[in-house]
Design a protein around this ligand. Structure first.
Ligand SMILES: NC(=O)c1ccc[n+]([C@@H]2O[C@H](COP(=O)([O-])OP(=O)(O)OC[C@H]3O[C@@H](n4cnc5c(N)ncnc54)[C@H](O)[C@@H]3O)[C@@H](O)[C@H]2O)c1
Length: 346
């Protein structure tokens, strides 16, 4: 089969999707964005085009609009689909689980139906380290790896990711034309070096970095650090922060890797740096690298937060020849550059 350069990127106007579109073009692919802008702004598309110096195909529609999808799949002979489109706020998913089960599951199912109908070779699915829950690692084991069997998603959002992984596994087992990777992202932070695209939370940010940068520019009064009594060195939670550009590049590598695999392959990969940083360490790095003083205070633990999680990225490193290139300092500087430059009314 001829190698088509067209890749459908659902959720391509979002945070990780927009950076992946840039890296796909840099690698010679032709991304087609499908996004209904439920959690994105149209200026991001303009800015992607400014970064790339060319136009990018955009379809403003929902993944669930199957008639529309059919027209798109007919027009482009996609080599692959990178399926980012989903709702992603953990707290909201606890309050409104049906919204999450509805959008995250039905969007995937519609995409898989089209891939099956049009025999699209490759799927890259956005999963999350939140499927692991609070993993208890044996003494001496460094970082969580993909072989852990006791998965314990702690929110409806995380559960949708695990169910979606199972849907993909079942679908691949029944479908002789496709293969798939399930990428379990750790904590993406940072922004494109240009400062033209980055994370754009609607309302109060759920993630640490946008909360830090918004506090530093005065949009938020003070950052609350949720819990100081965890069993970690400084009592705060530990996460594996990965630069969003490194994460974007991992998707390009996944598409390349899948092209060389047999149909019927489905593999899970952690996408992380292998290094954990505590909330207090991140605050300290932010203050030192940006010369900003941050208002912050301790608050009670937040429901659903896991104490400590970071990746063992050995599998993705050996299979894809991929390794995170940026450290937390650089990712934080890029997040700050984006915060300063981004339109504040967006
Ligand atoms: N950002 C993170 O911390 C993180 C961590 C792990 C996994 N993920 C997963 O990665 C993916 C991308 O995350 P993100 O941070 O870029 O989120 P995002 O909200 O910035 O991007 C998602 C995009 O999908 C679009 N979308 C949602 N539902 C849609 C639908 N039914 N049809 C069409 N478009 C739709 C939104 O408008 C948005 O532009 C999600 O699946 C998310 O669950 C994110």
């Amino acid at each position: 089969m001829e190698n088509s350069k067209y890749i459908l990127v659902t959720g391509g106007a979002g945070y990780i999707g927009s950076h992946t579109v840039v890296e796909l073009v840099n690698a010679g692919f032709e991304p087609v964005i499908l996004d209904d802008f439920r959690n994105a702004k149209s200026f991001i598309i303009e800015n992607i085009q400014t970064i790339l110096g060319r136009k990018i195909e955009l379809i403003n529609a929902a993944c669930q609009d199957e008639n529309n999808l059919r027209t798109i799949f007919q027009k482009y002979k996609f080599q692959g689909v990178i399926h980012f489109a989903a709702d992603k706020a953990v707290g909201e998913s606890v309050k409104n689980p049906l919204k999450y089960y509805d959008n995250n599951l039905s969007g995937l199912v519609s995409i898989l139906k089209m891939m099956e109908e049009f025999k699209t070779p490759s799927l890259v699915f956005s999963s999350s380290c939140s499927v692991y829950g609070n993993p208890s690692l044996p003494e001496g084991v460094h970082g969580v790896d993909e072989t852990i069997k006791e998965l314990d998603p702690e929110s409806p959002y995380a559960n949708t990711k695990l169910i979606c992984e199972q849907i993909v596994q079942d679908w691949i087992a029944s479908n002789p034309n496709s293969n798939a990777t399930l990428l379990r992202y750790f904590n993406p932070i940072g922004a494109h070096k240009s400062g033209l695209i980055g994370e754009l939370p609607q309302g109060i940010p759920n993630n640490l970095l946008p909360y830090i940068t918004q506090t530093a520019v005065g949009i938020r009064k003070s950052l609350t650090v949720f819990g100081n009594d965890y069993s970690t060195a400084d009592g705060t939670c530990i996460r594996d922060y990965i630069h969003v550009t490194d994460l974007a590049v991992a998707h390009v590598k996944a598409i390349d890797w899948l092209w060389n695999q047999n149909v019927g392959t489905v593999e899970i990969f952690n996408v992380g740096t292998g290094k954990g940083s505590s909330v207090l360490e991140v605050i300290d790095i932010f203050e030192k690298t940006t010369n900003q003083k941050l208002n912050w205070e301790f608050g009670p633990r937040r429901e659903g937060d896991v104490q400590e999680i970071f990746a063992n990225p050995a599998k993705i490193e050996s299979n894809f020849g991929w390794k995170a290139q940026f450290d937390v300092e650089e990712a934080i500087l890029d997040a700050w550059n984006w915060e300063i430059k981004r339109p504040k009314d967006a």
